[in-house]
Design a protein around this ligand. Structure first.
Ligand SMILES: Nc1nc2c(ncn2[C@@H]2O[C@H](COP(=O)(O)OP(=O)(O)O)[C@@H](O)[C@H]2O)c(=O)[nH]1
Ligand SMILES: [Mg+2]
Length: 449
């Protein structure tokens, strides 16, 4: 998700040739500055950050380590704006969140994503409230989303007054012991008095614990300005950046918290319900410095990967019994995880590979199609036991899969390597599936890099 930014940072870091003198530091700072500006980080934010890094590096004594330390600290300070981080539950449930933002910013989608995140990651009972009674079909949109993610919805289309809806929803939430209430509100194309008045009335009726502002990353500095206005007019406690997947530069994520002086809490990067990530400064800083985010990765995989199945697989891998059926199954699992690119950036040392994976699409990869064709041509026994594959069987497979025998040999060898690597890695719980994939990829020659 932060591939572009991570790339700018790591390439700036790489370019630093420290002779431990001031000239080298200036050069390193210039590199850093250039990459931040290129990523569309606001110039004031860049200026402050560079200034701090310079002062702190000098204080500690010029050197690469000192520079990296100063950079890490400055980034952390920049992101860790005063306020709550991540999702914070109220001492007495339900925790009530008011979702605000302009029309089309992604409020409704984000409400669904957040509800799913709370349900899956935090095991909470969530109630979504349809308080956008302005836009036609807004309630229907939420109905579909809540049905899809299996989260309850409070709606009442017999009224046009969101305050009425919110009041009734709140009493339902209290009576039915919901942990969290997410209120989706109406937006406008631009900020106007009417919108603010409605929001204030909804706010006063709901008494939310927090007000989240959903900002469309694609609107860049406009998103920052609008967030500031919302903050002044109704008060916001957190920002969620949506559509980050469409923002090639990504710098707004670095600047928005300090510019609005409200913490960035989540980032939405895709239209699917799983495309939401919690934004925790320390994790993000690690990722930006190319150190990955194992915790985030574990959370993400835990959602989709069936633990029992994972354990069974681990046993097989350890015994060297990983076969083609397992391989296909893993492929299917990986699809559920979303884009390879976003996962890659979370693996330590893999940040730079993220770019290479940019266009890598599990569903349409030529390489995977070939592998699948090959596996499909195998008999069940062959799939279970790749060692059965002698020359005549390989010939048959080549015909069946429509490739030449060299191709078949290459894929089989690659698979063998992958299984070997997986065995080697199989001690580390929870990561096996991914590591299989990784070793598979590194072993294969055909993936884009
Ligand atoms: N690519 C992408 N599209 C998004 C994201 N969040 C929302 N959208 C799309 O943006 C459009 C507007 O979203 P919606 O939730 O209806 O916005 P609202 O008017 O603020 O409620 C929809 O087509 C969503 O699918 C995101 O993170 N990435
Ligand atoms: Mg909406």
């Amino acid at each position: 998700m932060f591939d572009t930014l991570t790339e700018s940072f790591t390439s700036a870091i790489k370019k630093i040739r420290f002779h431990d003198d001031e000239k080298a530091l200036k050069k390193a700072l210039a590199e850093l500055k250039k990459s931040l500006l290129k990523a569309d980080v606001h110039h004031k934010v860049v200026k402050d950050l560079i200034g701090t890094v310079e002062i702190e590096t000098k204080k500690a004594g010029i050197g690469k380590d000192q520079f990296l330390d100063a950079m890490r600290q400055a980034l952390y300070d920049l992101l860790k704006t005063e306020g709550k981080q991540g999702f914070v539950f109220a001492p007495n449930p339900p925790t009530v969140i008011l979702m605000t933002g302009l029309q089309g910013s992604g409020k409704t989608t984000t409400t669904g994503k957040l509800a799913l995140w709370l349900k899956e990651q935090k095991k909470k009972k969530v109630l979504i409230v349809a308080a956008d009674l302005q836009r036609m079909a807004a309630v229907e949109q939420l109905r579909q989303i809540s049905g899809q993610i299996g989260v309850d919805l409070y709606e009442d289309e017999s009224t046009k007054d969101p305050v009425e809806v919110v009041k009734a929803a709140m009493s339902k939430a209290k009576n039915s012991l919901y942990d969290v209430v997410l209120i989706d509100t109406a937006g406008r194309l631009a900020i106007d008095e009417e919108l603010m008045d409605e929001l204030k009335r909804v706010r006063d009726a709901a008494q939310p614990d927090e007000i989240f502002y959903v900002a469309d990353s694609l609107t860049g500095q406009d998103a920052v300005r609008t967030a500031q206005t919302f903050k002044e007019k109704i008060g916001i406690d957190g920002v969620i950046l949506s559509k980050y997947d469409g923002d090639a530069k990504g710098g707004v994520a670095l600047g928005i918290a300090s510019q609005v002086n409200v913490p960035l809490r989540f980032i939405g990067a895709g239209e699917k319900m799983h495309d939401l990530e919690i934004f925790l400064p320390e994790r993000i800083v690690n990722r930006l410095m190319g150190l990955g985010d194992i915790e985030g990765l574990a959370e993400k995989t835990a959602n989709v990967i069936d633990e029992k199945q994972a354990k069974k697989l681990t046993r097989k891998i350890k015994k060297g019994q990983f076969n083609f059926n397992d391989f296909l199954e893993q492929m299917e699992q990986m699809k559920k995880l979303g884009s390879m690119k976003s996962l890659m950036g979370m693996i330590p040392g893999m940040g730079n590979m993220a770019k290479a994976m940019k266009d890598f699409d599990l569903e349409n990869s030529q390489e995977l199609k070939q592998i699948k064709a090959l596996v499909n041509s195998m008999t069940p026994k062959e799939r279970e036991n790749p060692d059965l594959l002698n020359n005549s069987r390989k010939q048959r497979l080549a015909k069946g899969a429509g490739m030449d025998q060299m191709e078949v040999n290459r894929i089989l060898k690659q698979f063998k390597n992958a299984a070997k690597m997986a065995k080697k890695f199989s001690g580390k719980k929870g990561m096996q599936d991914l590591q299989n994939m990784m070793s598979q990829m590194q072993g294969g020659g055909k993936f884009p890099r």
